[in-house]
Design a protein around this ligand. Structure first.
Ligand SMILES: C[S@@+](CC[C@H](N)C(=O)[O-])C[C@H]1O[C@@H](n2cnc3c(N)ncnc32)[C@H](O)[C@@H]1O
Length: 303
C-alpha cells in the first residue's frame, strides 16, 4: 500500500465516523437539490472559500501559491478568446456572476447573458448594464438558439450526468464559428476501472458538492463534443494550477474533522454545507491530475 492510498483510506474512515457514506453518494441530484445546496453553502463560499468575494470556483495559481487574483484567471482566459466580431457571450451556471461581471466591465461593447437556476435572488444581482440575467436550466437553451459567439462554463457542467444532452443545447445556442470554453472536474480512468478505495473517495468528493460521480469521464466528454459536431476540441490539464486553492480547503477540512469542531458545527450548520468538508478533506488526494481526478480546460469550436 503506498502512502497516498494509506492516507485516503484513513480519511475515508474518519469521514465514515460522522457521515453515512452510502447516503452521501446515493443522494438525488436534481436542480432543486443543487439550488438548496448553494443556498446552504452561501456563507461557506463567501467567508471560507472566496474571503468575502463572489467566487464559487477554484483559483488558477501559476506559482504554487494562492492569490486573490487567481479567481479571475478563468475569465481572463475567456477574454483572450474574444475577437473584433464577438458581440454576444453566454455564461451558463454563472453563480454570483463574478466572471461575467469582470468581463462585462472590461468589454462594455459586448452583450453578456448570465444564466443560472432560479435561486438566491439571482435576477436581483448587481451587474453592469450590458449583462442580461436569466433564470433557467442549461439543459434547455431553446430561447437562445443561434445567438452566441462564445459560451463559457466554469465549474458548472459537473452538476449534470447527462453531458451529451447539454452539449447539444450548447451547440445549438452557438452561432457557426462560435466557441465553447469549459473549466471543470473530470475523472481520468473510467469509474469501473478505479480501485475500490479510489471509487469511494472519488464518489464522495463529487457527491458532497452535489455533482454526480458518474458521467464525468474526460475521454467520453471529448467524444460527446465531437459527436455533437464540435471541432478543434482541445483539453488542457490544469490540475496543478488549482492545487493551492484545494490545499486551502484541505486545511479547513482538517480542522473541521477534528471532532470537537465537527460536533459544534454539525449542530449549528445544515448538513448540505458541512458536507463541503468532505470534499475539502479528500480533493487534494483524489484530484491527482493523472489517474483519478483532473481539472480541465476544454475549448471547442462549432464550424
Ligand atoms: C460551482 S458554481 C460556479 C459558479 C460560477 N460559474 C463561478 O465560476 O463562480 C456552479 C453553478 O452552476 C449552477 N447550476 C447547476 N446546475 C445548473 C443548471 N442545470 N442550469 C443552470 N445553472 C446550473 C449552480 O446553481 C451554481 O450557481
Amino acid at each position: 500500500m503506498d502512502n497516498v492510498e494509506r492516507i485516503i483510506k484513513h480519511r475515508l474512515k474518519v469521514i465514515s465516523c460522522s457521515y453515512d457514506i452510502k447516503g452521501v453518494v446515493t443522494q438525488e441530484l436534481d436542480c432543486d437539490t443543487i439550488a438548496k445546496y448553494y443556498r446552504a453553502s452561501d456563507l461557506f463560499y463567501r467567508l471560507v472559500h472566496s474571503r468575502l468575494g463572489r467566487s464559487i470556483h477554484m483559483g488558477l495559481s501559476d506559482d504554487g501559491k494562492f492569490h486573490m487574483k487567481d479567481f479571475f484567471k478563468q475569465a481572463e482566459y475567456v477574454a483572450r478568446n474574444f475577437s473584433e466580431d464577438t458581440r454576444n457571450v453566454l455564461e451558463i451556471g454563472a453563480g454570483m456572476c463574478m466572471n461575467t461581471d469582470y468581463l462585462a466591465r472590461k468589454y462594455p461593447d459586448i452583450d453578456f447573458v448570465a444564466l443560472d437556476l432560479p435561486n438566491r435572488n439571482f435576477l436581483k444581482m448587481k451587474v453592469p448594464r450590458n449583462v442580461m440575467l436569466v433564470e433557467g436550466d442549461y439543459n434547455n437553451l431553446s430561447d437562445f438558439y443561434g445567438k452566441f459567439d462564445l459560451i463559457y462554463a466554469v465549474e458548472t457542467l459537473a452538476h449534470t450526468e447527462n453531458k451529451s444532452r447539454v452539449i447539444l443545447e450548447l451547440y445549438k445556442a452557438l452561432k457557426s464559428g462560435g466557441k465553447l470554453i469549459i473549466f471543470d472536474y473530470y475523472n481520468v480512468l473510467p469509474f469501473r476501472k478505479m480501485k475500490k478505495y479510489e471509487k469511494c473517495a472519488y464518489a464522495l468528493t463529487m457527491s458532497a458538492m452535489k455533482t454526480p460521480y458518474r458521467g464525468q469521464q474526460i475521454d467520453k466528454f471529448v467524444k460527446d463534443l465531437k459527436d455533437a459536431g464540435f471541432t478543434m476540441v482541445n483539453v488542457e490539464n490544469l490540475t496543478e494550477k488549482i492545487r493551492p486553492s484545494v490545499k486551502k480547503l484541505e486545511r479547513c477540512a482538517k480542522i473541521y474533522f477534528q471532532r470537537p469542531v465537527l460536533k459544534i458545527l454539525q449542530k449549528l450548520i445544515v448538513e448540505d454545507a458541512t458536507m463541503n468538508g468532505i470534499t475539502g478533506y479528500l480533493m487534494d488526494l483524489v484530484f491527482d491530475g493523472k489517474r483519478i481526478g483532473q481539472y480541465n480546460r476544454i475549448v471547442a469550436v462549432k464550424l
